[in-house]
Design a protein around this ligand. Structure first.
Ligand code: MLT
Length: 404
């Protein structure tokens, strides 16, 4: 008789955004006349930029002719894209990363979940609290997190690093020593970030204790302040302790097109074993590469026109962020984030729980957000709104929330 992976049975409820999607669907079918505005999941709404669309059309045409047709993509990615990444995302920022350290994928969500494959089960992970749920859930699926403790809403074998108003929503170095540290800056869900000097402390710490940092920089394009690092490799010593995850979803609107990459420096080793080689082996075996068409679209993001057009989209979303921040602050809400990130983190009013506020907003304002407690126990009493809606919908949503 076959056996299942029983770790899945330990997972509480469904994936956060699936739970929200289900609740919203139910509300809409019970109230078909209501116009519901979603500022919940961080999904973009602006169409792909013209330079990206042109590249997609060109690549589709190539696929129509035998001379230019492409079959399987190289499983680590086409060199034209890896080269563009190295030049633009790393060399221009003074970070020393080479092409063979970049692995193209179908997005940062898959990579952040899959990266656990190359680590032993007896590693102890440390996560921010609140945190993007994929890091914890995928470690739970592989049996690295112990037992789920419903009263605490925590896993027994995970080190939680509270990110609260008193820490400026940034984590402090843990007292218990972890093996794998997940960091995401600019942060999802709180929209907070840390300076280069602060990130340097994490790199020094990881090198000192022999931990690896999995650094999710999916939101780096939203950084507006000059002392905030765009990549962990701006820090001295990061090549020996950090893996970086990047995405085309938020900087170029690829949430539905799917493209991302992971960087693993050759200097990152466990004894003599390079993590780069393990990931190459894992990807070569389990992944057949992101589609050629999509990788050509990714290359176009780095063209002069692509850079200019995507910068305009980011400015558009950041204008929404400002609207949300200022609109809610003027209505008496306590808000943070939204300066270097497309997320606004607000304290729920009148001591409502995160889910109570979710229900209030859905039922009375017909606005969908994300309950802070869905990201971890320290998120209780908080709520996340995304700036990825259209300007018109964002304006309407804020007016409705103010009128509550
Ligand atoms: C979010 O809303 O947190 C993100 O859109 C989820 C993701 O990027 O997978």
């Amino acid at each position: 008789m076959f056996k299942i992976n029983e770790n899945y049975l330990k997972l509480p409820g469904s994936y956060l955004f699936s739970t929200i999607g289900k609740k919203v669907k139910e509300y809409k079918s019970a109230n078909p006349d209501r116009e519901v505005i979603s500022l919940g999941i961080g999904d973009v709404t602006q169409p792909l930029a013209p330079a990206i669309i042109d590249a997609l059309h060109g690549a589709v045409d190539e696929m129509s002719k035998a001379e230019t047709f492409k079959g399987y993509a190289p499983d680590l990615g086409y060199e034209f894209l890896r080269k563009a990444i190295v030049e633009n995302d790393y060399k221009k920022r003074g970070a020393d990363i080479s092409i063979d350290e970049v692995f193209i994928s179908d997005g940062a969500k898959s990579d952040s979940g899959n990266i656990g494959d190359i680590f032993g089960l007896d590693n102890k992970i440390a996560v921010c609290d609140p945190v993007y749920p994929v890091y914890v859930d995928t470690n739970a699926m592989s049996g690295r997190t112990g037992e789920y403790l419903p009263d605490l809403q925590k896993w027994s074998d995970v080190i939680y690093m509270p990110c609260t108003a008193s820490t400026n929503f940034a984590p402090e170095l843990p007292t218990e020593t972890p093996d794998i540290i997940y960091l995401c800056f600019p942060n999802n869900p709180t929209g907070s970030t840390i300076t280069k000097d602060e990130l340097q402390k994490w790199v020094d710490y990881a090198n000192k204790v022999g931990a690896v940092i999995i650094y999710d920089a999916a939101y780096e394009a939203y950084i507006s302040e000059s002392n905030v690092p765009h990549t962990i490799y701006e820090c001295e010593g990061a090549r020996t302790c950090a893996i970086e995850l990047r995405s085309f979803s938020k900087n170029a609107g690829f949430t539905g097109t799917r493209l991302g990459f992971t960087v693993i420096p050759m200097d990152l080793k466990c004894g003599d074993v390079k993590l780069n080689s393990l990931w190459a082996r894992r990807q070569g075996t389990k992944f057949n590469g992101a589609p050629y068409i999509v990788q050509k679209a990714g290359e176009a993001v780095y063209s002069a026109a692509g850079q200019e057009q995507t910068a305009k989209q980011i400015a558009y979303y950041m204008n929404n962020a400002k609207l949300i921040r200022e609109g809610l602050a003027s209505a008496g809400y306590t808000v943070s984030g939204g300066i270097n990130a497309p997320y606004i983190w607000l304290k729920t009013p009148d001591k409502l729980t995160s889910w109570e506020f979710f229900d209030l907003l859905l039922n009375k304002a017909n606005v969908v957000g994300t309950p802070g407690s869905g990201f971890g126990p320290s998120g209780e009493g908080y709520f996340r709104l995304t700036a990825f809606g259209s300007y018109e919908n964002t304006l309407k949503a804020i007016e409705r929330i103010k009128a509550l």
